[in-house]
Design a protein around this ligand. Structure first.
Ligand SMILES: N[C@@H](CCC(=O)N[C@@H](CS)C(=O)NCC(=O)O)C(=O)O
Length: 157
C-alpha cells in the first residue's frame, strides 16, 4: 500500500492526502516532522535527504517534493484526469503548482510566521517586513483575481 510519511498538519502533506482522497486511493500515513520529529534519523535521511516532509513510498519508489508527488499520483492513477494529458490543459495546472512553490510560498511563509505565529507582530507588520507583505498582497491579488473565472468557485469569493 502507498505510504505517506509526514504529519497531517503540514500543508505539503495535505496536498498529497487531498490528491489521494480525491482519487479514492488507499494509503497509510505515518506522523513525522514537527512535534513528532524523526526527520533526522539515518533511515529517514536515506529516503529524503532534505529532511522534510512529505515523502511518498510506493513499493520501491521513493518520491519527495509535494507537487511532484501529486503529479506522480495523478499520472499513475488518473491518467489524463487530475493532471491533464493535453499540453495546454496540463500547463494550466502546472502553472499554478509552480507559482505556489516559486512565487507565493516565501511571502506566505513570511506573513504566516511573522504575523500569525508572532504574538503582537501585526501592528509592526508594515515596518517589520514591507517587501514580503507587498509580495504577499501582489500574489493574493493575482490568485483571487482568477476566482471569478473558475467555475467551481463563487463569483463573489
Ligand atoms: N518543497 C518541499 C517543502 C517541504 C517542507 O518544507 N515541508 C515542511 C512541512 S510543510 C517540513 O518538513 N518542515 C519540517 C517539519 O515539519 O518538521 C515540498 O513541497 O515537499
Amino acid at each position: 500500500m502507498l505510504k505517506v510519511l509526514g504529519r497531517a498538519t503540514s500543508s505539503n502533506v495535505q496536498k498529497v492526502m487531498w490528491a489521494l482522497e480525491e482519487l479514492d486511493i488507499a494509503y497509510e500515513r505515518e506522523d513525522l516532522g514537527g512535534a513528532f520529529g524523526g526527520l533526522d534519523t539515518p533511515e529517514y535521511i536515506a529516503l529524503n535527504p532534505n529532511k522534510v516532509i512529505p515523502t511518498l513510498v510506493d513499493g520501491d519508489q521513493v518520491i519527495w517534493e509535494s507537487n511532484t508527488i501529486v503529479r506522480y499520483i495523478a499520472a499513475k492513477h488518473d491518467d489524463g484526469g487530475l493532471w491533464p494529458s493535453d499540453p495546454a490543459a496540463r500547463a494550466q495546472a502546472d502553472k499554478w503548482m509552480d507559482w505556489q512553490l516559486s512565487t507565493l510560498l516565501m511571502p506566505w511563509i513570511n506573513v504566516f510566521f511573522g504575523v500569525y505565529r508572532t504574538p503582537g507582530a501585526v501592528s509592526g507588520m508594515p515596518t517589520r517586513m514591507p517587501l514580503p507583505s507587498k509580495n504577499w498582497v501582489g500574489s493574493m491579488v493575482c490568485w483571487t483575481g482568477t476566482w471569478k473565472a473558475a467555475p467551481m468557485l463563487p463569483a463573489t469569493a
